[in-house]
Design a protein around this ligand. Structure first.
Ligand code: DON
Length: 305
């Protein structure tokens, strides 16, 4: 495994065709696109990493997997009153389907869906309580108390996130969002602004590779049924309008973020985190996807194998 990862960093990680760093969040626009890290945490307790795998980055939409898990913990199947579970086929920040579908987002991973999930978590709670819960959940699954929000990134989105504000108000008009929009967006922007490195992120996905149980510590996080459902949503919706392409090329449940990270889950085998800040046309890490494609070719870890 170490040889495979070293080869990926030496080849794909050095490519000139790196995509473009997200610049609609000003705080992310200055990230050096030449960084590349990868970490594989296996279900038998081994951890392999290389490249810039200790460098912190903004996990952005990858956090939507964790907020969904927290919401499911509170509401169980009640979550599906807020969001659906169908791929959208539209960009992550799209508003067009919302009007046709009466303000209910297609799935929990597009921006509208994750904003609705933040609303669901906020029921009877203040934003600081909801955020404390999401952060402590992430620290628990990663087994790392040092994980924090990057408040500059959160503030940068609060200052510029008019599109998300539009989505939230639109959903509030339909009664999907119920709490004050400022509370909902404050919660959403902050969980997107969690900073992690590849090692911490790979560690945090182990419960999804272990059928809901951390396979290394033996601690059950969620039921196996729930883990399978989250993995299926990651496969169908985790890369927005690039989800089909990601399934075709990589064949693993995965969730991307505009910070350039991807968390991929090989059920029963490993949790994989890769980070390269340059994005493709639909907002997914360009080299991160190529790296996962190579890793799956070498290991045969596709869920379709
Ligand atoms: O709301 C946003 O636009 C960001 N906080 C998250 C978007 C994102 O990561 C999309 N992923 N590829």
């Amino acid at each position: 495994m170490q040889d495979i990862l070293d080869d990926i960093v030496a080849t794909i990680g050095k490519s000139d065709d790196r995509g473009n760093v997200a610049d609609y969040i000003p705080e992310l626009a200055g990230v050096d696109p030449n960084q590349f890290g990868i970490c594989v945490a296996t279900t038998d307790g081994q951890v392999f990493s290389t490249g810039d795998s200790e460098q912190l980055f903004s996990i952005q939409s990858i956090s939507k997997v964790f907020s969904l898990t927290v919401a499911l913990g509170h509401l169980g199947d009640g979550v599906w009153k807020w969001v659906g579970r169908e791929p959208s086929g539209d960009p992550f920040n799209s508003i067009v389907q919302l009007e046709h579908e009466h303000g209910k987002p297609r799935n929990p991973f597009i921006n509208a869906g994750a904003i609705a999930i933040a609303d669901a978590i906020l029921m009877k709670r203040l934003p600081k309580e909801a955020l404390a819960e999401i952060l402590s959940f992430v620290r628990f699954i990663a087994d790392d108390e040092s994980i924090c929000f990057d408040s500059k990134v959160a503030q940068s989105e609060l200052d510029t996130g008019e599109r998300n504000r539009a989505l939230a108000h639109f959903m509030k008009a339909y009664g999907i969002v119920k709490q004050p929009v400022d509370y909902v967006l404050g919660t959403y922007f902050h969980h997107c602004a969690i900073a992690m490195n590849c090692r911490q992120l790979a560690q945090s996905g182990l419960f999804l590779a272990g059928d809901g149980r951390n396979p290394v510590t033996g601690v059950r996080v969620i039921s196996s049924n729930r883990a399978r459902r989250i993995n299926s949503l990651m496969l169908m919706c985790g890369h927005y309008d690039g989800s089909g392409e990601f399934a075709f090329r990589v064949g693993l449940p995965g969730k991307s973020g505009v910070g350039g990270g991807i968390l991929a889950v090989a059920p029963g085998k490993a949790s994989i985190a890769v980070w390269s800040p340059g994005l493709d046309e639909v907002g997914n890490s360009k080299l991160g996807t190529a790296a996962l494609e190579r890793l799956v070719q070498k290991t045969g870890w596709s869920v379709f194998a």
